[in-house]
Design a protein around this ligand. Structure first.
Ligand code: AMP
Ligand code: MG
Length: 415
């Protein structure tokens, strides 16, 4: 057996490093930037009003109050997207809407609520007189050019994992495309003669296939493009054909099933035919068996990751091994994601004394103390997927450690 950390190290060292490509910014949610994005221009590009109101010279309205309003001559209205036709002079104002460029000559905007326009709802036409009911400091009600992003400034650094707000930022600086790492096309090939799909009636010895939908959905959440390679029986020729075609279509392939130790399993036989596969016994529970190799595809090396077939093992294997490998292949600066400290609210099942670190499926919640609390889900066997479905974390318990209620332990959060 090898430790998880070592298995991960060998796996990640073998996986190819991604090449940066041009990505359309708008569709790049979840992708990683490969290069810094520098702002070509100021955001906002011009001084503009942050409120609906009147653009004024602060000096003109310095003494304004409810009891002694200051009257200004309105020059007209400026909407967002248009510009004032002439500068504001002494005793004058433009009515401005939020986002309208600040007219020349004005240095502040009095919000409409502090004027007589609140009463009339008009006073936006040239020739109107508006009463200002309080003074404003110069700069009030104005968003300065470059106050969000300055021209030449670093907007987003290489290595940023793009989230929706980042896509907004990129759009705001006019970066239609960015250098980044594309989503991987990842195939899922599920194996087993006993597996039935499509709701057909089960014959003796058969079970419904459960891992394909789970793995495809996990891939979507991992920002990959899943490729459903179907369910293969345990026949060598068919499997060989399916895997060969997968290598032509995918950047990486997940197989599921048939990787157990001492198995005369055909999956293993097929993978061995391709050569270069590593058969690992990882010192974790569940998901001890794991296979991987990097096979030649027409457009580059294709990692093939062999996950165990027991549904909970497949899930845990994906989280602890496949996901980090895929993240690294998509340029993530931190392939392993986040592990946090949680507090056990109940004793965790007792260790097995088999030299393996347990990754117990736990449900997580934040307590009133603001900390993460965990409870084991009922049913920790590797076939009990229904119990594990309730889990939102994997609590890491080294072999031999007893965890009592109140103890702290590392928890790997499930996405
Ligand atoms: P294997 O890893 O192929 O030796 O399978 C281990 C256990 O997981 C066996 O009980 C299989 O029937 C079961 N199993 C394998 N693949 C799947 C699957 N896709 N869906 C449900 N159970 C599976
Ligand atoms: Mg099998």
């Amino acid at each position: 057996m090898i430790e998880l950390a070592e298995a991960r190290r060998v796996l990640l060292a073998a996986c190819p490093r991604p090449e940066p490509v041009r990505l359309d910014s708008a569709g790049a949610d979840g992708c990683v930037l490969a290069a810094d994005v520098i702002a070509p221009a100021n955001v906002p590009p011009f001084d503009n009003s942050s409120v609906d109101g009147y653009a004024v010279r602060a000096v003109d309205v310095a003494g304004a109050a409810e009891s002694s309003p200051v009257r200004l001559h309105v020059l007209g209205s400026v909407l967002a997207g248009s510009v004032a036709g002439r500068p504001v002079g002494e005793g004058q104002a433009w009515k401005v809407m939020t986002g309208a460029p600040l007219p020349e000559g004005a240095d502040a905007v009095v919000m409409v609520e502090r004027t007589s326009a609140t009463r009339t709802r008009q006073l936006g036409t040239a020739g109107d007189l508006v009463e200002v009911l309080s003074g404003v400091a110069a700069g009030a009600g104005v968003r300065r050019a470059g106050s969000d992003v300055r021209a030449g400034e670093l907007v987003l650094a290489a290595g940023t994992v793009l989230r929706p707000a980042h896509l907004g930022v990129l759009a705001s600086v006019g970066a239609e495309q960015v250098q980044g790492y594309r989503r991987l096309r990842v195939g899922v090939l599920v194996t087993g003669d006993e597996l039935v799909t499509g709701g057909a009636e089960l014959r003796p010895g058969q079970i419904y296939e459960s891992n394909r939908a789970m793995l495809l959905a996990l891939l979507v959440r991992a920002n990959c493009e899943p490729v459903d390679l179907g369910v293969a029986g345990d026949d060598v020729a068919g499997l060989h054909e399916l895997l060969s075609s997968a290598l032509r279509r995918c950047d990486a392939v997940l197989t599921c099933g048939g990787v157990s130790m001492g198995d005369s399993d055909p999956v293993r036989a097929v993978l061995d035919q391709f050569g270069g596969l590593n058969w690992l016994q990882v010192a974790i529970r569940p998901a001890k068996p794991f296979a991987f190799g990097v096979l030649p595809g027409p457009s580059g090396p294709v990692p093939v990751l062999g996950l165990p077939g027991n549904p909970v093992s497949a899930l845990v294997s994906f989280e602890l091994l496949a996901r980090p490998a895929l993240r690294q292949m998509m340029g993530h600066p931190d392939p392993y994601g986040c592990t946090v400290l949680g507090i056990a609210d109940a004793p965790l099942p007792r260790p097995h004394g088999d030299g393996r670190t347990a990754f117990l499926r736990v449900s997580c919640r934040f307590g009133p103390d603001g900390r993460l609390h965990v409870r084991p889900v009922a049913g920790q066997d590797s076939h009990q997927l229904s119990a594990s479905a309730a889990a939102t974390g994997l609590a890491e318990v080294p072999d031999g450690r007893r965890v009592e209620a109140g103890d702290e332990l590392p928890v790997h959060l499930l996405s």
